[in-house]
Design a protein around this ligand. Structure first.
Ligand SMILES: [Fe+2]
Length: 221
């Protein structure tokens, strides 16, 4: 009886040892790319994609998990507030990159092709033409000072597509993100050096417009 009682008592303690820290629902993980690393060549090199995904995105995932764990354990509101920039930076990095991978597609799988339909009509309505939209998008994105993201966003208030930029890893909150382009140097420097316009011109060849169209349809519901 004594040993049975001991084992019953021991179980909750054992369970606590292996349970996730309180307040953390689950750990964030690096999502798989929906295509091989070299599938976007020659527009984005396999070397960039592998480093970008395995190293940079993984770092945001690790940073987000660490920040959430610290936040859950923070003994005061003051210390929770002190962690908010780490949550924003790493959480934004995880959200933005998860969106970015799906935002791209190899040309053999339709990357770069904008078919007639909801998205094409909306771009033509709001920007006059596809070429005009790309020119405006690239100009706004290239003009970001430092690191950030260029976005085609759907504004739920005006019900229009708009070009927006965010700094650092700030996620797009004012609009529903339809297309996001990473303009951090880690996204292009190994291939395009300092020439941002060449990277921005090339990326349209591998933009997944089907994914963008489904995001627009979802945003308009
Ligand atoms: Fe990035």
């Amino acid at each position: 009886m004594l040993s049975l009682a001991r084992s019953i008592i021991a179980r909750p303690a054992l369970a606590r040892t292996f349970a996730a820290p309180s307040g953390i629902a689950s750990l964030h993980t690096l999502p798989d790319l929906p295509y091989p690393y070299n599938a976007l060549e020659p527009y984005i090199s396999g070397q960039i994609m592998e480093l970008h995904h395995k190293k940079h995105h993984q770092t945001y995932v690790n940073g987000l998990n660490a920040a959430e764990e610290s936040y859950a354990k923070a003994p005061s509101v003051k210390q929770q507030i002190a962690l908010q920039s780490a949550l924003k930076f790493n959480g934004g990095g995880h959200i933005n990159h998860s969106l970015f991978w799906k935002n791209l597609a190899p040309t053999s799988e339709g990357g770069g092709k904008l078919a007639d339909g909801l998205l094409k009509s909306a771009i033509e309505r709001d920007f006059g033409s596809i070429e005009n939209f790309k020119t405006k998008f690239n100009a706004a994105t290239a003009a970001i000072q430092g690191s950030g993201w260029g976005w085609l966003g759907y504004n739920p208030a005006t019900k229009k597509l708009e070009i927006v930029t965010t700094a650092n890893q700030d996620p797009l909150l004012s609009h529903a993100p339809i297309i996001g382009v990473d303009i951090w140097e880690h996204a292009f420097y190994l291939q395009y050096k300092n020439v941002k316009p060449d990277y921005l011109n090339a990326i349209w060849n591998v933009i997944n417009f089907k994914e963008a169209e489904s995001r627009l349809a979802e945003a308009q519901k």
